[in-house]
Design a protein around this ligand. Structure first.
Ligand code: S3P
Length: 176
């Protein structure tokens, strides 16, 4: 068996980035364009756990959620084929996840300015980390804290500020 091929499944495309960077929106469209499967780690975890991400945070705590993310990634790394994988915004925070992400596929880091992120997600209520009094301030703070982790986990950076679907899909669908 070709072990290297089994471990490095480069036919998958993995999207990382802050909440609201467009991982799910662009990921679904990308999968449609390339005829690939689409999977979202948050949705996968919710199905496995039988409860929402918000409930996992509230009942079990953030650390328990981060552990589920790593376990999920180990499983997906070994099983995904021909898939666009959208990940939760905190997935690259654990150092071991950066390696797992790269072993799963080509990793695209979707970026956008804090104001663009804020405008995209200001009405959503399902993100436990942004439910405080000053979500814009929290976005700026978390983005600053996480920037180096996203960069370390990424193969390629993709600017989504324009919201231009066609232009962004062109970049994400390039052969590699
Ligand atoms: C999180 C991002 C969320 C979800 C959880 C934690 C984060 O996913 O995994 O609320 O730490 O950035 P999205 O990026 O899809 O919103």
């Amino acid at each position: 068996m070709d072990l290297k091929r089994r471990v490095y499944k480069k036919d998958n495309r993995v999207l990382i980035g802050f909440m609201g960077s467009g991982k799910t929106t662009f990921g679904k469209a990308l999968a449609g364009k390339l005829g690939m499967h689409f999977l979202d780690t948050d949705t996968y975890i919710e199905k496995q756990a039988g409860k929402s991400i918000a409930d996992i945070f509230a009942e079990d705590g953030e650390e328990a959620f981060r552990k589920l993310e790593t376990e999920t990634l180990v499983y997906l790394r070994d099983h995904l084929e021909n898939t666009v994988l959208a990940t939760g915004g905190g997935m690259p925070l654990r150092e071991c996840n950066a390696r797992l992400l790269k072993e799963t596929g080509r990793v695209f880091y979707l970026t956008a300015a804090p104001q663009v992120i804020y405008d995209r997600i200001k009405d959503s209520t399902d993100r436990p980390l942004l439910q405080g009094e000053n979500p814009y301030g929290r976005i700026c703070e978390l983005m600053k804290e996480r920037k180096s982790r996203y960069e370390a986990a990424a193969d390629e950076l993709v600017d989504t500020n324009s919201n231009d679907m066609e232009e962004i899909l062109d970049v994400l669908s390039k052969p590699f």
